[in-house]
Design a protein around this ligand. Structure first.
Ligand code: UD1
Ligand code: CA
Length: 466
C-alpha cells in the first residue's frame, strides 16, 4: 500500500491578522505545523510527506528543515483543490492513496489517522472523510447526506442554505482519496462566491460518478479544531493543555490546577511530583520524581532532579538543579547554571553561567555570575560578583567551605580558597589563601557628641537621674 500525505499550508491565514504565516504561530511552544508533522512522522504506512507552501509561507521551509519532507509550491492561492493539485506534482508516481491534512488543524492524533486509513482500506472507499460533530459548526464545511445517510456532498458555510447551516456534522479537512478519486480533481470548477477551487467539491463529483464515499464521524471535536483566528488558536491551546495535563495526571503527577498549568509537549515529569497553579514548563525541561514546583514558576529547557523544590515565582532557563536542592522564592536562574545537591538558592538571588556545589547556600539578595562555587559554602545576603568591566567578563572561583559575609563585592577575576572567611561589607579584589580571613572595610570611628553640635535643637540632654 502506498500512501502519500499532502499537508496544505500555503494559505495566508488572513483571519489571524498577522505578518507571520498562520501555521507558524506557536501552539504551546511549537509552530502549529510542527505538531501535525510530528504526528504523521510516526505513521509508517505514509511513504511520502508533502507540504504545500506558497511565497507567503516560504518560511515554513526553514522551520521544518531537517525533516523528511518534500515541499511543493502553490503559485497562486486558488483554493484547497488547487493546493492539492500542486502538491501532487511532488507525489510518488505509483501512489495508491492520498491522505490530505490541513496545516492549520494540528491536534489530530495518530490513532485517529490510523483508524481513518483502516476504514478507507477495509471499506475499499474512494473518499474517506474525517468528520466530527461541532456544537457550533460555523466556518466548517457541512457533511451533506441523502435520506439513507450516504455522504453526497460537503457544503461550505458560504454556499449553505438555512437548513444546511443547521447540520452539525462537519468536515475536519482530513481525508483519504483513492487514485481514482484524485483523477476527478480536474473536474472541480471555480466557486463563484469565493473565486477558489474547493477540494470539498470533489465529494459530490465522486458521489455522482458512483464512487464510494464514507465519513468517519467523531463525537468530540478537540482533535479537529481548525485554527483560523486568534480565538481558534486559544481554543486549540486549551484543548492541547488539557490533553497534556490529563496525561501527566494519569502518569502519577499531581496538578493543583488544569487550566493555568502549561506543560509543553516536549517536557518530561517524574511521578509523585506536585505542580501548583500558574506553572509553565517549556520545551526540553525534565523534572524528576517527588519534586514540588510552586506557583508562578517558569522553567525552560532545564533539568530538575528528584526531590528538588522550586519555590514560588522563580524563573529557570537552560540550567540544571540537582536532587533535594531548593530554589526560590523569586530566584532567577539564567542559562548555563548548575545547582548542586541539597544546595539552596533563595529569594532575589540571580545566577548566570554559575556552578553551585553541593550543600552550598546563597539564601538572599545576591548576584552570582560567571562563578564556580564548591561545596558547603555560605554566601551572605547581598553578595555580588562584579564580573563585568564594561568590556570583558571575568570568573570568580570560590572553593569548598568558604564563608562570605553579607554585603560583599567580589571583583573578578578572583579566587577565594578553601575554608577562608570574608568579613561582612568587604570588597574583595585579591585572591584569598585558604583558611584566612579577608577584611577590606574601613575601620569604624565614633565621634562622640557630634550630633548635638550639629543639630543642637533636636538633641535633648538626657534627664538627670533622680
Ligand atoms: C476548510 C474546508 C472545510 C473544513 C475546514 C476544516 C475547503 C474548501 N474547506 O475550510 O470544509 O471544514 O477546512 O478546518 O477546503 N490552503 C492552501 N492553499 C489555498 C487555500 C488554502 O494551501 O489556496 C491551505 C490553508 O493554508 C489551510 C488549509 O488549506 O492550512 C485549509 O484552508 P482554509 O482556508 O483554512 O480553509 P477553511 O475555510 O478552514
Ligand atoms: Ca482552516
Amino acid at each position: 500500500m502506498n500512501i502519500n500525505a499532502v499537508i496544505l499550508a500555503a494559505g495566508l491565514g488572513t483571519r489571524m491578522k498577522s505578518s507571520i504565516p498562520k501555521v507558524l504561530h506557536p501552539l504551546l511552544g511549537k509552530p502549529i505545523i510542527s505538531h501535525i508533522i510530528k504526528t504523521i512522522e510516526g505513521i509508517d504506512r505514509i511513504s511520502k510527506r508533502i507540504v504545500v507552501i506558497s511565497k507567503h509561507t516560504e518560511s515554513v521551509r526553514n522551520v521544518l528543515s531537517g525533516k523528511e519532507i518534500v515541499f511543493a509550491m502553490q503559485t497562486d492561492l486558488l483554493g484547497t483543490a488547487d493546493a492539492l493539485k500542486d502538491g501532487l506534482k511532488s507525489s510518488d508516481s505509483n501512489f495508491e492513496h492520498i491522505l490530505v491534512l490541513a496545516g492549520d488543524a494540528p491536534l489530530v492524533t495518530q490513532t485517529t489517522i490510523n483508524t481513518l486509513i483502516d476504514t478507507h482500506i477495509k471499506g475499499k472507499n474512494d473518499i474517506t472523510i474525517q468528520s466530527f460533530v461541532a456544537p457550533d459548526p460555523t466556518s466548517y464545511g457541512r457533511i451533506g447526506k441523502d435520506e439513507r445517510g450516504k455522504v453526497i456532498a460537503i457544503i461550505e458555510e458560504k454556499d449553505a442554505d438555512e437548513n444546511q447551516r443547521e447540520i452539525q456534522e462537519v468536515n475536519s479537512g482530513i481525508y483519504l482519496f483513492s487514485a481514482m478519486a484524485i483523477s476527478y480533481l480536474s473536474d472541480i470548477t471555480v466557486n463563484q462566491l469565493k473565486g477558489e477551487y474547493y477540494l470539498t467539491d470533489i465529494v459530490s463529483i465522486c458521489h455522482q460518478k458512483g464512487l464510494k464515499v464514507e465519513a468517519v464521524c467523531s463525537d468530540t471535536m478537540d482533535e479537529f479544531i481548525g485554527i483560523n483566528s486568534r480565538f481558534d488558536l486559544l481554543t486549540a491551546q486549551k484543548a492541547l493543555q488539557w490533553r497534556i495535563n490529563l496525561y501527566w495526571m494519569e502518569n502519577g503527577v499531581t496538578l493543583m490546577d488544569i487550566d493555568s498549568i502549561m506543560i509543553e509537549p516536549d517536557v518530561k515529569i517524574g511521578s509523585d511530583t506536585t505542580i501548583f497553579p500558574n506553572v509553565i514548563l517549556q520545551a526540553g525541561t525534565v523534572i524528576g520524581r517527588h519534586c514540588v514546583i510552586c506557583p508562578n514558576t517558569r522553567i525552560i529547557n532545564s533539568v530538575i532532579k528528584d526531590k528538588a523544590i522550586i519555590k514560588d515565582s522563580s524563573f529557570i532557563e537552560d540550567s540544571s538543579v540537582e536532587s533535594e536542592a531548593s530554589i526560590g522564592p523569586f530566584s532567577h536562574i539564567r542559562p548555563n547554571s548548575k545547582i548542586g545537591q541539597n544546595a539552596r538558592i533563595g529569594n532575589f538571588v540571580e545566577l548566570k553561567n554559575t556552578i553551585i556545589g553541593n550543600n552550598t547556600k546563597a539564601s538572599h539578595l545576591s548576584y552570582l555570575g560567571d562563578a564556580e562555587l564548591g561545596n558547603d559554602i555560605n554566601i551572605g545576603a547581598g553578595t555580588i560578583t562584579c564580573n563585568y568591566d564594561g568590556v570583558n567578563k571575568f570568573k570568580t572561583t570560590i572553593k569548598d567551605g568558604v564563608f562570605i559575609g553579607s554585603d560583599t563585592q567580589i571583583v573578578a577575576p578572583v579566587t577565594i580558597n578553601e575554608n577562608s572567611f570574608v568579613a561582612a561589607g568587604s570588597t574583595i579584589t585579591k585572591d584569598i589563601p585558604s583558611g584566612s580571613l579577608a577584611i577590606s572595610r574601613v575601620k569604624q570611628t565614633n565621634l562622640e557628641g557630634w550630633a548635638k553640635k550639629r543639630i543642637p535643637h533636636l538633641i535633648k540632654d538626657k534627664p538627670k537621674d533622680k
